[in-house]
Every structure is written in C-alpha cells, then in structure tokens.
Design a binder for this molecule. Structure first.
Ligand code: NDP
Length: 304
C-alpha cells in the first residue's frame, strides 16, 4: 500500500501537520515514537504562553489535546520508532521497529534532544544524580541540595519546579546574566530557595556510585570550588535529532534541516520538515505548531 503522507514525530509540529493533512483527506500515518512520544512538552510542567489557554495548561495535557484533535479527523497514529528512511524517488520508504511504510510525501517533525555537558562521568551518573528532566526526576530529590545548569528559559523553568522539592536549588550559569525571558528570570531571582552561581561552569562530577558534589570553576578567576549536591539537572538547550537522516538531507552548520523558507520543503522533493528540527532560534510550541501547519499545506500542494 502506498500512503499519501507519513509524519514522523509527535510534538506540536507533528500533531498540527496531522490535523491539517487529516482534514484535507490525506489519511496521514503519524509515527509517534515509543519512549519519546509527545515530544519535549511531555517533560514540561505548566505552559503559560500557548494561546487559547488563559489559565495555562500542563505540557502533557496539551499534547493529549493535540492528539485527540488529530485522531478525530482520521490520523492513524502508531507508537513506532522510525529507524531507517529512504527518501529519494517518488515513493519514499520509512522502516520502523515494526513495519515498513511506503509513501508519496514525508513530513519530518522529529524535534530535538537534550544537549549534554560533555563531562567525564556524565553518562555514568545519569539516573544516579544527573538528570535532564525535572518533571521526571525532581521528586527523588526531596529536601536535598540540587544544582541546575544553564541560564535560559529551560533552566529557569526546571529550577523553579525543583524548588518544590529541594532544600536549596543552585543555579549554575556560565555568565553573569540570564538568557531567560524577563518574567521567568524575575521569578527565579525572587525565590528564597534559589542560590545563583554566576560566571560558573561545572568542571567535574564527583561521587562514589552516585552524585555527591560538583567541582565548579569560576570563568573569571579560574578558581575552583566544591559544591555538595545530590542532584544535577542539565538544562542547556537542545540539539536537532538528525542522526536518523544519515546525511540524506541538507543540514546547516548546527545540524538543523535546511528548508527553502518560507516553505518547509527540504533538499529532496516530497520531503518536508517542521518544528524544532528546523528551528534553532524560536523553539516554541506555538511556532512549531505553525510550521507543522505550513508543512501540511506544502504536502497538499505537492501531491496536487
Ligand atoms: P537556550 O539556548 O535558550 O539556553 C541555553 C542556556 O544554557 C543558555 O543560558 C546558555 O548559556 C547555557 N549553555 C549552553 N551550552 C552550555 C554549556 N555547554 N555549558 C554551560 N551552559 C551552557 O535553551 P533553552 O532550552 O533554555 O530554551 C530554548 C528555547 O525554548 C528558547 O527560545 C526558550 O525561550 C524556549 N523555552 C520557553 C519556555 C517557556 O516559555 N516557558 C520554557 C523552556 C524553553 P549562554 O546564555 O551563555 O548562551
């Protein structure tokens, strides 16, 4: 069987592309993934800036609403991971862990993944004190000293959430100014449970079997000091999930898929990309959703 369109990814971009292509009668297949279905919002707490939700909405609930809307119009959602893509030619082939799909058009909405610090022992200590998701792991650090690394909106959101659990939340930022939006920065700096460590980077992760302390280096003086913590949450941004493409599409220097803006067309006809995998700048649920709508309209035009 040859499908009209297969959408890979189930964040705001993927689901919006599904809503639009389903309403256009294209019977989209949406490959939602297994472990990471729902995308980045599944590990977010309250989303306050998605229009239409004046009281805010929890990230996972918002994604549930996207899904309901897409399925209502006939999206065929599968909890499968795409493992191999053959994108050349008129009929593309997507192999998953369970099946192979043949399709005339593909929408890639595969998003991004957590950036790592790249420190020795970071992987070893993951799950033993080192985490990338406060909503997933915050609870394990009740009344403990917790560190959050980063100065953007992610780090601030994670740190504020963690003040519910930790005795102190140490925010470690490599500069002397937060990158986060003003409203979030103000909230963080006004919170009694937060201690800021400006101009500081983590040099070493220490512990016997589990995280016990971090060695911090002052970026101005070069001095090092030990900070005893039980948990370290790394929130330094994301990188695009493009490994699966195996060089098939043109990427920019930072690894994001290049599209011919304002369209979502990639370097291969019939292959469209949207959401965080094309956007190193805005990375908002609403902009991802908007680009998902564009990808769907581009697919409609392509299929004629
Ligand atoms: P950002 O790229 O905005 O911020 C990353 C932060 O991590 C920066 O402060 C950066 O420092 C720091 N950093 C990067 N690499 C390193 C490193 N190797 N070592 C130490 N520090 C490092 O990423 P975010 O994930 O925070 O945000 C991405 C986008 O998502 C943004 O547009 C943001 O506004 C949005 N967002 C919005 C939210 C909301 O509105 N509720 C919640 C979360 C994200 P430096 O500042 O020096 O570059």
């Amino acid at each position: 069987m040859i499908h009209d369109v297969v959408i890979v990814g189930s964040g705001p971009a993927g689901w919006t592309a599904a809503i639009y292509t389903a309403r256009a009668g294209l019977k989209p297949i949406l490959l939602a993934g297994t472990m990471d279905a729902g995308g980045a919002l599944m590990t977010t707490t309250e989303v306050e800036n998605f229009p239409g939700w004046p009281e805010g909405i929890m990230g996972p609930e918002l994604m549930q609403k996207f899904e309901e809307q897409a399925v209502r119009f006939g999206t065929d959602m599968r909890y499968e991971d795409a493992v191999e893509l053959k994108l050349d030619g008129d009929i593309k082939e997507i192999r998953t862990d369970q099946d192979t799909y043949r399709t005339r058009a593909v929408i890639l909405a595969v998003g991004s993944e957590y950036k790592k610090l790249g420190l020795e022992g970071e992987e070893l200590f993951t799950g033993k004190g080192v985490s990338y998701c406060a909503t997933c792991d915050g609870f394990f650090f009740k009344d403990r000293e917790i560190a959050v690394i980063g100065g953007g909106d992610s780090a601030v959101t994670e740190a504020l959430f963690l003040t519910r659990f930790g005795s102190t939340v140490h925010v470690i930022h490599r500069r002397d100014e937060l990158r986060a939006s003003q409203i979030m920065a103000d909230r963080l700096l006004a919170n009694d449970k937060v201690t800021m460590h400006w101009n500081s980077v983590v040099e070493k992760i220490n512990g016997e079997g589990k995280l016990e302390s971090l060695t911090l280096r002052d970026t101005q003086t070069g001095e090092t000091r030990d900070l005893p913590v039980s948990g370290m949450f790394v929130a330094i941004g994301h990188e695009p999930r493009t490994k699966i493409l195996d060089g098939a599409l043109e990427l920019d220097d930072a690894g994001y898929i290049v599209v011919s803006e304002p369209s979502t067309a990639t370097s291969i006809p019939g292959v469209f990309a949207c959401g965080d995998v094309v956007d190193s700048y805005y990375q908002q649920a609403i902009t991802a959703a908007g680009s998902g709508a564009k990808a769907a309209l581009d697919v409609e035009a392509y299929l004629g």
